[in-house]
Ligand binder design. Structure first.
Ligand code: NAD
Length: 513
């Protein structure tokens, strides 16, 4: 059934046909090797997608460079109008694109739709923003002078994205970058190139309907080698990279060595603290969804549950009971709670992590392992696991991108739990479950969570586009999406205007000629 509806989806998105290589009007050039796109849902070959060679890449950058010269002159609210039209395109194609995300990446259909909704939301945000790219005015120390600052477009924004949010992360960057007057070159994950081709096609249509240069939004396909071309390219003032900390360290170094700007959105090791004053029912729902949603493959997935010893057994029993009820299978079937991991390499990482945890003294509390049988023929389905562990175990200190939840006990004061929660190298998302005002405020204070996101009585996973999204430490320090995250996509200029007939110098310096 998915096979047939999937062909329809490609028709609707205008990318049907056996193999996908670049075509005119998409500003995606590809003449390199072909990637097999295999669905983790059923193991079927969905399509072959052609990658971009170095020559293709250079052609794309030349087109983007030329497009920037035109696009930066379009007034910002008119740029917002283009993003508004793109949001309409997404609304019209929401079901098809959501289904493609789900089938290519393996997240549930609801999550696929949710991802497209996030794209629509950030476009709406960007449309409003296009009339609010505000600078400040300052009082000059010199009489008859005016001082202000303004924000100008930067140029080409390179966007490197991860497989787990194959389309939303691109839109978080591109919707803002476009209203800021930048042009975008997107290198999606080599694990999810089809959804990228679909999005690029939809945006290209909007550009062509408005007689705008197609180079305003460009696509390059391929693996880390194409990503490296972006990060080393002096023609690209800003590289926004989402993915593993390992990748971020390489990209950050390459971009910094040419004094470019990078925006890094890297791995997390997110914890929920559960105090004796927590609502246990809410805690269990929040923790289970946070740990098993998207099969544990969200950067904000809950990886650690740090529970006070007074409520530890109660939470542990409720979790094991809840995990026993989880339905695992085809993510396009809405009766299932958990879909597959992205590929069999990810399954291996999950199995290795469980082995290491046991070697280091952890106890696996739930049934775990890979699922076999007809329904699981892709080989990518695993059982989500709850593992009793200690925060200082080596494996607990790392991000394993899979549904493994470490259950950790704390004694005494909340400070002990906060020290554990902060005692990892990552700093993305965090939460506390408590009805105690003092605990909640301490957790949010400067003595509390050291993460970019800190929640009270909500889990770690998911975020609204209105807030700035990102994290500290090895999560990379970047912020995307709402609040004033747009500023990274622009260059700030300070202006001083003298409307007198004399030329007084700053700091009262005299320079008589
Ligand atoms: P990954 O690091 O393997 O790949 C991410 C992207 O980087 C891909 O497009 C890949 O081709 C590219 N890449 C890899 N090496 C590169 C290099 N040396 N130079 C340039 N580009 C390179 O990550 P993944 O497995 O696709 O995604 C999972 C990771 O992403 C997890 O660690 C997750 O926490 C993180 N993530 C973070 C956020 C966030 O906002 N903080 C969001 C989503 C995912």
């Amino acid at each position: 059934t998915k096979g047939s509806s999937y062909q329809n989806v490609l028709e609707i998105l205008g990318i049907a046909g056996e193999n996908k290589g670049s075509s005119t009007g998409t500003n995606w050039f590809s003449s390199g090797e072909w990637i097999d796109v295999v669905s983790p849902v059923d193991g079927n070959l969905m399509a072959k997608v052609q990658t971009s060679s170095k020559e293709d890449y250079n052609k794309v950058i030349e087109t983007a460079t030329a497009a920037f010269e035109k696009w930066k002159k379009v007034p910002a609210p008119q740029r917002g109008e283009i993003v508004r039209q793109f949001a309409d395109k997404l609304r019209a194609n929401k079901t098809a694109l959501g289904e493609l995300v789900s089938y290519e990446m393996g997240k549930s259909f609801q999550e696929g739709l949710g991802e497209v909704q996030e794209m629509i939301d950030i476009c709406d945000f960007a449309v409003g923003l296009s009339r609010q790219l505000h600078g400040l005015t300052m009082h000059s120390e010199r009489p008859g002078h005016r001082m202000y600052e303004q924000w100008h477009p930067l140029g080409i924004v390179g966007i490197i994205s991860a497989f787990n949010f194959p389309v939303a992360v691109w839109s978080w960057n591109s919707a803002l970058a476009l209203v800021c007057g930048d042009v975008c070159v997107w290198k999606p994950s080599e694990k999810t190139p089809l959804t990228a081709v679909a999005c690029q096609k939809l945006l290209s249509q909007v550009l062509s309907d408005n007689s705008l240069p197609e180079g305003i939004s460009c696509l390059v396909t391929g693996d880390s080698r194409v990503g490296e071309l972006l990060s080393k390219d002096t023609r690209i003032p800003l590289v926004s990279a989402t993915g593993s900390t390992r990748m971020g360290k390489i990209v950050a170094k390459a971009v910094a060595s040419r004094l470019g700007k990078s925006l890094l959105e890297l791995g997390g090791n997110n914890a929920i603290i559960v105090t004796p004053d927590a609502d246990i029912k809410m805690t269990v729902i929040g923790a289970v969804f946070g740990a098993v949603g998207t099969c544990g493959q969200r950067c904000t997935s809950t990886r650690r549950l740090i529970v006070h010893q007074k409520v530890y057994d109660q939470v542990k029993d409720a979790l094991v009971e809840a995990y026993g009820q989880l339905k695992i299978g085809d993510p396009l079937n809405e009766a299932n709670h958990v879909g597959p991991l992205i590929d069999t390499d990810a399954v291996k990482m999950y199995l290795d992590a469980l082995e290491k945890a046991k070697e280091q003294g952890a106890v696996v509390l739930t049934e775990s392992g890979r699922l076999e049988g007809n329904e699981y023929q892709s080989g990518c389905y695993v059982r989500p696991a709850v593992v009793e562990a200690s925060n200082d175990f080596n494996i607990v200190q790392q991000e394993t991108f899979a549904p493994i939840l470490y259950l950790i006990k704390y004694d005494g004061d909340l400070e002990n739990a906060i020290a554990m929660q902060n005692g990892v190298v990552q700093g993305l998302s965090s939460a506390i479950m408590t009805n105690n005002l003092r605990e909640a405020e301490l957790f949010l204070s400067n003595q509390g969570s050291d993460c970019g996101i800190a929640n009270v009585n909500i889990g770690t996973s998911g975020a609204e586009i209105g807030g700035a999204f990102g994290g500290e430490k090895e999560t990379g320090g970047g912020r995307e999406s709402g609040s004033d995250a747009w500023k990274v996509y622009m260059r700030r200029q300070t202006n001083t205007i003298n409307y007198t007939t004399t030329i007084p110098l700053a700091q009262g310096i005299k320079f008589d000629l």
